[in-house]
Design a protein around this ligand. Structure first.
Ligand SMILES: Cc1ncc(COP(=O)(O)O)c(C=O)c1O
Length: 401
């Protein structure tokens, strides 16, 4: 029976379709047609979590106390592991009681941070293109998004000079993310210094998403907002275990930084959830304490895929910049083709799933994001199919659909 007299709240109705959900439907249909899909769409790393993490979880499952409600603010041990990791990794000292909060994945925390801080009508600055939670969270909260258009000629960096004074004066929160999903761009330390100065000048809460803290290559070390003098006074930083540790399904993340800002999120969350299953927090501690050799292995894996795919795409006419971090290539569509049309053409003709750039906002139009989540054998197969279908960068060589 349809309930035609009841509608979701406006905050839900206003949301454009979530492209990854739509992509999932298309994938199901393609599979039903018997296509062997090579899914390079989502940033969903293949393979299990590291063995010591699985073992720690198994052991923790046998501890009766872990089966009850966990502490709202996360276990003391996980919070301590987070702050010790920060000290080791960035030489930043944090108080585990007030400056670190475990999350049910960083997407949850990012969205709820917006709900905790954005009133209807508040101005929120968000880059475009961006990871959807950076603008959808504020949208759900009723915020007014001021999109900061990112451009290839500025290496996809936020140009703070393009934000009018009148907007900056009204803005309450600024979301940003380097190394960036979807562009793969990285930001120099000077950029972080500039953005901290900007936030202090206009009294804007800074939200930095450091999702790809460890997925960096060629010796590059991503910067933490909290390393920058003044960063912790005005901001928070989000992390996830989804990518580095192949734990996307486990839903583990955390936020660190300014204790007052974290307190607002904690207050909201105590009304919404009970925090992470304690056994997962034990496993997450183990992940954060894995030796550096694990991280090096992960980095080598993605770096190899990055180089392999960039070389193969070059043979098909694409000049793809080599990202210093993340698990993505940001690939220009053949001229004149929209990102949706291009992604659909590739899916229908080759079974290779790419994410259209407009999933990340209008600023991603003209690009597709390719996730490096398959091994080189599968990436080689994807390249072979693209070549066979004559899908190249030159527009006149593209097959018509
Ligand atoms: C920039 C960014 N932030 C957050 C997330 C979500 O992470 P989690 O799995 O912790 O929710 C992603 C996932 O793709 C991401 O790219």
């Amino acid at each position: 029976m349809t309930l035609d007299w009841i509608n979701p709240a406006d905050r839900v109705l206003q949301l454009p379709p979530y492209v990854f959900a739509r992509l999932d439907e298309l994938k199901v249909r393609a599979r039903e047609q018997g296509l062997d899909l090579i899914d390079l769409g989502m940033g969903n790393p293949g393979g299990p979590a590291p063995e010591p993490v699985i073992e720690a979880a198994k052991h923790a499952l046998h501890i009766a106390d872990n089966h009850g409600y966990p502490p709202f603010e996360g276990t003391a041990n996980f919070r301590k592991a987070i702050t010790q990791w920060y000290l080791r990794r960035y030489d930043v000292k944090l108080d585990p009681n007030s400056e670190a909060l475990p999350l049910l994945g960083s997407k949850e925390g990012l969205t709820h941070l917006a709900l905790a801080y954005v009133n209807p009508g508040d101005v929120v600055l968000a880059p475009n293109p961006a990871y959807p939670a950076h603008f959808r969270g504020p949208l759900i909260a009723g915020g007014k998004i001021h999109s900061i258009l990112l451009k290839p000629e500025n290496d996809w960096l936020i140009d703070l000079g393009t934000i009018p004074d009148s907007v900056a004066e009204q803005a309450k929160v600024l979301f940003f993310n380097y190394p960036s999903n979807p562009t793969g761009a990285t930001a120099p330390r000077e950029f972080f210094e500039e953005i901290v100065a900007f936030a202090h000048k206009y009294q804007i809460l800074l939200v930095h998403d450091l999702c790809y803290a460890e997925l960096a290559f060629d010796g590059y070390q991503p910067t933490s907002l909290l390393e920058i003098p003044g960063g912790k006074e005005i901001g928070v930083e989000f992390h996830t275990l989804s990518k580095t540790y192949n734990m996307a399904g486990w839903r583990v993340g955390f936020v660190v930084g300014n204790s007052t800002i974290i307190q607002g999120l904690r207050t909201l969350k105590t009304n919404l959830d009970y925090g992470l299953f304690a056994a997962l927090q034990t496993a997450a501690e183990t992940a954060l304490n894995l030796p550096d050799s694990y991280i090096t292995e992960v980095q080598n894996r993605y770096q190899k895929r990055r180089d392999f795919l960039i070389d193969g795409l070059a043979e098909l006419g694409w000049t793809v910049p080599k990202p210093l971090a993340t698990m993505y290539l940001w690939v220009a569509c053949p001229p004149g083709m929209s990102s949706t049309d291009f992604a659909l053409t590739v899916l229908q003709q080759t079974g290779v799933v790419l994410t259209p750039g407009n999933a990340f906002g209008s600023g991603g139009e003209g690009y597709v994001r390719v996730s490096l989540i398959a091994d080189c054998d599968r990436l080689g197969e994807a390249l072979r199919r693209l070549k066979e279908a004559n899908i190249r960068y030159q527009p006149d060589l593209l097959p018509t659909v």
